[in-house]
Design a protein around this ligand. Structure first.
Ligand code: ADP
Ligand code: FBP
Ligand code: MG
Length: 327
């Protein structure tokens, strides 16, 4: 029979994402609700290796529901990628009497978790926390909606000045290897085109979009460029556009880490709250080694292995809609 769970640890790992605090709050309060002790592990896997562990209670997580970032801090830990690092992490969990862990992070975090649970037969559940939305097993990840809202607010502002000077703007958005932010924010902000990693993006297609707009007397020439796209760096794209259209003055804006900060939206707070409670309830129900998401408004569970292997699929329908509307 599986060992009874009395103490649960929670950590945030990888890039922080707005709504992680809401998830931490939900894990702590749901854990206490079921009479369990909850421990916060600071600075992700690195903090686990370095024994940065403190017990939390309902009051330790007051006033954080509306705050971006993560009160537990986050890290990218090279040491956790080694067997020795993971062994030290396990020893610290044993020393605190922690029986199970809730991981809040992205695919890297789940990969580390999968190795850890295999090596030490340790109960883990994962919550999708990344602005990139690049995880299978959930419609949306915690932080994605907030990041998209930041992007559309910024693009709206850029639009004001761009139109006033008849300038073309290339705006770089995050998404290490994925176009989720670019495509969704592109539709919501009326971008002329979005260049994202999932497609080949020949330069000629971008030129065609710009020319289609020009022939329709379109003055908006805002293009969103996802990081990691196959066309090249935003500077290279800007140079190619400049060469082809020397008559258009063009500017570059890189939104960068602006997209990772700020108060989470209602959607992210509710998502994180639902998932945090589900993490505790699923562990107490005996579930192990799975990522929890919400698909079609229902809780959904996916083994880490599958969540890591399957690539989250970008909705190309959004690209079709964007092109129809960018007329
Ligand atoms: N192959 C791996 N083996 C063990 N741990 C890993 C592995 N890949 C990632 N991790 C751990 O997960 C952390 C977070 O991963 P990262 O890719 O940075 O962010 P995310 O979880 O948001 O995708 C890494 O810093 C590392 O400690
Ligand atoms: O903050 P860093 O370490 O520069 O990393 C930037 C990367 O982190 C992200 O913001 C989020 O990625 P993860 O959630 O997978 O860590 C990416 O969009 C971006 O490429
Ligand atoms: Mg990631």
């Amino acid at each position: 029979m599986a060992k009874e769970i009395n103490s649960i640890g929670v950590l945030t790992s990888g890039g922080d994402a707005p709504g992680m605090n809401a998830a931490i709050r939900a894990v702590v309060r749901a854990g206490n609700h079921y009479g369990k002790r909850v421990f916060g592990i600071y600075e992700g896997y690195q903090g686990l290796i370095e024994n940065q562990i403190l017990e939390l209670n309902a009051r330790s997580v007051k006033g954080i529901l509306n705050r971006g970032g993560t009160i537990l801090k986050s890290s990218r830990s090279e040491e956790f990628k080694t067997k020795e690092g993971r062994k030290r992490a396990y020893e610290n969990l044993q020393a605190h009497g922690i029986d199970a862990l809730v991981l809040i992070g992205g695919n890297g975090t789940f990969t580390g978790g999968m190795y850890f649970s295999e090596e030490f037969d340790f109960p883990l559940m994962g919550l999708p926390g990344t602005i990139d939305n690049d995880l299978a097993g959930t419609d949306f990840t915690i932080g994605f909606d907030t990041a998209c809202n930041v992007v559309i607010e910024c693009v709206d502002r850029i639009r004001d000045t761009a139109e006033s000077h008849n300038r073309l703007f290339l705006v770089e958005v995050m998404g290490r290897d994925s176009g989720f932010i670019g495509l969704r924010a592109g539709v919501a902000s009326g971008a002329v085109d979005v260049i994202f990693p999932e497609e080949e993006n020949p330069m000629i297609d971008l030129f065609a979009e710009l020319e289609r707009g020009a022939s329709n007397n379109k003055t908006n020439r805002i293009i969103l460029v996802s990081e990691g796209n196959k066309m090249g760096s935003i500077q290279e794209i800007a140079a190619a556009v400049k060469e082809r259209y020397p008559q258009w003055e063009s500017k570059i804006t890189i939104l960068g880490h602006l997209q990772r900060g700020g108060s989470p939206t209602c959607t992210d707070r509710v998502l994180a709250s639902r998932l945090g409670v589900a993490a505790i309830e699923s562990l107490l129900d005996g579930r192990r080694g799975e990522a929890i998401g919400i698909v079609n408004n229902q809780l959904a569970y996916m083994p880490f292995e599958e969540a890591i292997r399957s690539k989250a699929k970008l909705d190309m329908e959004l690209n079709r809609i964007l092109k129809i509307l960018a007329s």
